[in-house]
Design a protein around this ligand. Structure first.
Ligand SMILES: [Mg+2]
Length: 229
């Protein structure tokens, strides 16, 4: 089989250290806070080397853009784009090609409720009912597929991330999801939640994996993807 492999990577807590609780870029000194996760460079390099038809894409929810409260004035779509460019530049310096970066600034009602509890208000223009691009919905991955004139039949999607929603996004796109735990994964109980989902649903279990870190995630992905190449 000769499929294009779309390796889709969550950003905060997966590619870069999640310093600012998912709000990297909200402070003017954000550049000093950009730090890549341990092993991520080697993992991306290894996959790129192994599969000539593999494309790396960044797929990130950036709900912080929607927050309309003191301390968040600087976190605009423009700022998020600058942060992404900086992360991509650092990856490029290591020979890693990033084919695209997909961002979802839209939030759902649940996010609005959670924000209220933290005394944060939301700009109504970013609120949508079930935003199709907000992970765990797979709209951002389908945008990649469409914009490249691919189809779900001639590509294989694999989503890497530190949240259960990242893993679900990969499965929702008809592909696979690999959880790479960060500190936040443990705090949110996402390891237990993923284990539970896998126990309840054998199809979901066959499409998802746990990895210890980025390096093992790449090794697991290579095993999985070798079927397709
Ligand atoms: Mg994350």
């Amino acid at each position: 089989m000769d499929k294009i492999i779309l390796a889709c990577w969550d950003r905060d807590g997966t590619i870069n250290v999640d310093e600012d609780d998912g709000f990297l870029g909200k402070d003017s000194n954000w550049r000093n806070k950009v730090e890549l996760m341990p092993g991520i460079i080697e993992a991306m390099q290894k996959l790129q080397k192994q599969f000539p038809k593999l494309q790396h894409h960044i797929v990130t929810n950036q709900g912080g853009v929607a927050i309309n409260s003191p301390g968040f004035e600087e976190l605009t779509e423009q700022r998020v784009a600058e942060v992404n460019q900086e992360i991509i530049r650092r990856l490029n310096n290591e020979g890693i090609i990033i084919h695209s970066c997909q961002v979802c600034p839209y939030v759902d009602k649940e996010y609005v409720e959670q924000s209220k509890k933290k005394n944060r208000s939301i700009d109504p223009k970013y609120i949508k009912d079930n935003p199709p691009n907000r992970k765990p919905s797979s709209g951002m991955i389908f945008d990649i597929i469409k914009s490249r004139n691919l189809s779900v039949h001639n590509c294989c999607v694999i989503m890497f991330g530190d949240r259960l929603t990242d893993v679900e996004t990969g499965v929702n796109a008809g592909g696979y999801g690999i959880l790479i735990p960060s500190q936040k994964t443990h705090e949110r109980g996402d390891i237990e939640k993923l284990a539970q989902r896998r126990k309840e649903n054998s199809n979901f279990a066959s499409k998802t994996l746990f990895a210890k870190d980025a390096k093992t995630a790449a090794d697991e992905a290579i095993k999985l993807l070798s079927i397709f190449s």
